[in-house]
Ligand binder design. Structure first.
Ligand code: DX5
Ligand code: ZN
Length: 221
């Protein structure tokens, strides 16, 4: 069970300190949300900001691209220090080519699906992937409510991976807190993104530990 705090909920004017704070709190990864104002109606940060953070932390960078035709920027993000690169299947014309580009750039490939995209959309690529990200909110903004109707997709992907003997991480992102984390783990998720829940917590260390504990207890596979 891995916890990946989303810096979208952090204080951008103190980004390095914020990343250090979650590292000290026991986070396993840093989740970095890249939005282009086209695929989603919001603009966040790009490769130069990621590059400037790279030597400030030992945590691996979990980069979530919410951009049209992600293949155009994969090399830039890998060079900037992305360890995992996730792109949206809905945004890529050639999904296989984007996965290959991520591998070639030396990062771990992952694809993401929005709440209305079926689980089966990722099945043809499972054997090539490090991780699938099942969005539990509509991508674009932090602080939204978890959508429980996405849970059957997590379960379907976990069962398909087990059936085909594929070691796969399944990440959930959006509205994850001490309650929804259990539901997601129960259905087979093992990497949990949390923005508001961790960055707005009084005690970030307790928040990270609680998520991990609840996930470990609920995960049935
Ligand atoms: C939404 C982003 C999420 C977001 C999660 O498009 O992909 O990573 O920051 O934020 P919370 O945990 O506040 O829902
Ligand atoms: Zn995200």
């Amino acid at each position: 069970m891995l916890i990946s705090p989303s810096i979208l909920a952090s204080d951008f004017s103190r980004l390095a300190e914020e990343v250090n704070s979650i590292e000290n709190a026991g986070a396993d990864l840093v989740h970095i949300d890249v939005m282009d104002g086209m695929f989603v109606p919001n603009i966040t940060i790009g490769a130069p900001v990621i590059k400037s953070l790279k030597d400030k932390t030992k945590l691996p960078f979990d980069v979530h691209l919410m951009i049209e035709e992600p293949i155009r920027y994969i090399e830039d993000f890998a060079k900037a220090g992305a360890d995992i690169i996730t792109f949206h299947i809905e945004a890529a014309k050639d999904v296989k080519a984007a996965i290959d580009a991520i591998k070639k750039a030396g990062a771990k490939p992952a694809v993401s699906i929005k709440p209305n995209t079926p689980a089966e959309a990722v099945f043809p690529y499972l054997a090539e992937l490090y991780m699938v990200l099942v969005m539990t909110v509509e991508p674009g903004f932090g602080g939204q409510s978890f959508m429980p109707q996405t849970m059957p997709k997590v379960k379907a992907i976990r069962e398909e991976a087990i059936k085909r003997n594929i070691p796969l991480h399944i990440q959930v992102d959006g509205g994850i807190d001490s309650r929804t984390v259990s539901e997601a783990a129960e259905n087979g998720a093992d990497i949990f993104v949390a923005g508001s829940y961790i960055f707005k917590a009084q005690n970030r260390k307790e928040a990270v530990s609680l998520l991990k504990e609840k996930a470990e207890t609920a995960y049935p596979y």
